[in-house]
Ligand binder design. Structure first.
Ligand code: R5P
Length: 258
């Protein structure tokens, strides 16, 4: 692996713990002004000191993140669909690599939709993004998006994660599931988990704990942080689990105290 690519990955997955707390605030690219992200700058600013990286689109990066804050950026470069459209899986590449380089990103991210009508396009999109980005030492994070009709089980998620890695993704973002270790064992690149829809703070902390205990290198969590009644407390609690191996109870105490 070349130096630039390794260095960018080390900015995202922290070498001292081998783990990562990514803050996902890219939801607006298909959900619009989703709850908690109506004013991205106000939501993001207090969370920046606790996130290892920020996953977002170029629009929110340009408008809502200070240029003088040292945080690695994972730039979402896929989209073109919306929650009210016909088919969320019909995504394409929205952002050029030149733009990603101009924005000084540490990685680029896109979704793949395995088993959907647009499986082939999204998988070839991943392959092409890897072809281009490795020329410049920029890692690619593949998000294994799950359509309504797909079951989030170890068999399906193993298939998605392995395909993403085979096509060249450097990090894979997926969902936690029963037998998650099987997903991790059959994927040769690091896995982070999405938080999914808002659940109770304790359940979200348990999810993070289960994921790292079963082999995830961390989380790429959004709604369960920024839709919490105490987002700063929540991200601190998630950090304690991911980087310090805290128990769910101890982390929950941190959330309540913050
Ligand atoms: C979905 O495709 C987006 O990448 C979200 O950023 C992702 O689902 C993670 O956010 P959450 O923890 O809210 O599920």
């Amino acid at each position: 692996m070349d130096w630039g690519l390794s260095n960018r990955l080390a900015r995202i997955i922290k070498p001292d713990t081998g783990r990562s707390v990514m803050l996902a605030v890219d939801h607006g690219y298909f959900l619009g002004p989703t709850s908690g992200l109506e004013d991205p700058a106000t939501t993001i600013e207090p969370l920046l000191p606790y996130a290892d990286s920020l996953m977002l689109t170029r629009g929110v990066l340009r408008t809502s993140v200070p240029t003088n804050f040292d945080i690695p950026i994972v730039l979402r470069v896929s989209g073109g669909t919306s929650i009210v459209g016909k088919d969320l899986s019909n995504e394409g590449i929205t952002t050029s690599l030149k733009e990603a380089i101009r924005l000084n990103v540490s990685a680029v991210a896109l979704s793949i939709f395995v088993g959907s009508d647009h499986e082939k396009e999204t998988l070839l999109g991943l392959s092409e993004l890897v072809n281009q980005s490795i020329e410049y030492g920029i890692p690619v994070l593949a998000v294994t998006a799950v359509g309504r009709e797909m079951t989030r089980d170890a068999r399906y998620l193993s298939l998605c994660c392995r395909i993403a890695a085979e096509l060249g993704a450097h990090i894979v973002k997926t969902y936690y599931c029963d037998d998650f270790e099987k997903v991790v064992e059959s994927c040769p690149v690091p896995i982070v988990i999405a938080g999914g829809k808002k659940i109770t703070e304790k359940d979200a902390l348990k999810l993070a704990h289960d994921a790292v205990s079963h082999g995830a290198v961390g989380v790429d969590m959004g709604r369960n942080i920024f839709q919490s009644d105490n987002p700063v407390g929540m991200i601190q609690a998630v950090r304690a689990i991911v980087h310090k191996g805290s128990s769910v109870e101890d982390a929950y105490g941190l959330y309540q105290k913050a």
